[in-house]
Design a protein around this ligand. Structure first.
Ligand code: BTN
Length: 254
């Protein structure tokens, strides 16, 4: 008999639906601090008054038009050196969700979701680390579904409805999204690291495409060749030098 020691998590075993909240990520972190939330719980809001983006930015989302949610995980098998696998798994899940809606998407490193060179979604993961392992993780996901006008200075926003030229039922899109997130988070819990990296590479925006990059020294031409397990971006210059970047150390198109 085959014996597989597999860890299981069910995404969406519990749902907390909120009308208005400051940020679903902050709400999730509060519940974790109070030991009041089970692994896999999805916390969603119709509207966030202080939706948080990366780099301390604001996440714009019109009331009731989009998916703004956070998922609570306790991935205690995951060492902090492997935390980027959370980003990879979740962004792949979103890309597969969009593909189910007949949209081709790409993952702009590290974890922005792009459709036709425009940003349709973003991820903000907030981890608590204890003894070198991820004790808890709040996976914050914002995906623009039916919003068609964007007021903030967010770069190049788009939405599912702008791309499909029709509106989409939020509840239907939520259940498809949860299905694919469940699939890829469970592959992570099964420690299918090679499969996850390979699929992330497949979706990686501008991979092997010539483009201009700007780092703190200069603007140069090159191409993205890979992303390391740690999350570092590898760019090969036209002069065949490989440069490694941490988050926010390099800019490139769109
Ligand atoms: C980004 O800047 O790309 C990340 C955006 C993440 C937004 C989501 S919306 C639900 C969750 N709650 C937050 O306050 N932020 C994340």
């Amino acid at each position: 008999m085959n014996y597989y020691a597999m860890k299981d998590v069910i995404i969406g075993n519990e749902f907390i639906e909120l009308d208005t909240i400051d940020s679903t990520n902050d709400y999730a972190k509060k519940l974790i601090r109070e030991s009041a939330v089970r692994e896999g719980t999805v916390i969603m809001a119709d509207f966030q008054t202080k939706g948080k983006g990366q780099k301390g930015g604001y996440w714009e989302s019109e009331k009731g038009k989009n998916l703004t949610l956070s998922i609570v995980l306790y991935p205690s098998f995951l060492e902090v050196q492997k935390e980027f696998y959370l980003s990879m798994s979740v962004s792949i899940g979103i890309a597969e969700f969009l593909s189910q809606l007949s949209l081709n998407s790409k993952i702009k490193w590290p974890n922005d979701i792009y459709i036709n060179n425009r940003k349709a979604g973003g991820i903000l993961i907030e981890n608590a680390v204890k003894n070198n392992i991820i004790a808890s993780s709040v996976i914050g996901i914002g995906i623009n579904i039916n919003q068609t006008e964007f007021k903030s200075d967010a770069t190049n926003p788009t939405s599912v409805s702008l791309e499909l030229e029709k509106t989409v039922a939020i509840k239907d899109s939520l259940s498809i999204l949860i299905k694919y997130l469940d699939k890829w988070i469970n592959l992570l819990y099964d420690e299918r690291y090679t499969k996850i990296r390979a699929r992330y590479r497949k979706y990686l925006f501008l991979r092997n495409k010539k483009a201009f990059f700007t780092d703190k020294k200069e603007k140069f031409r090159g191409r993205i060749i890979d992303v390391e397990e740690s999350g570092l971006l590898l760019v090969k210059t036209d002069k065949k030098e490989v440069r490694k970047y941490n988050f926010k150390e390099v800019r490139f198109p769109f």
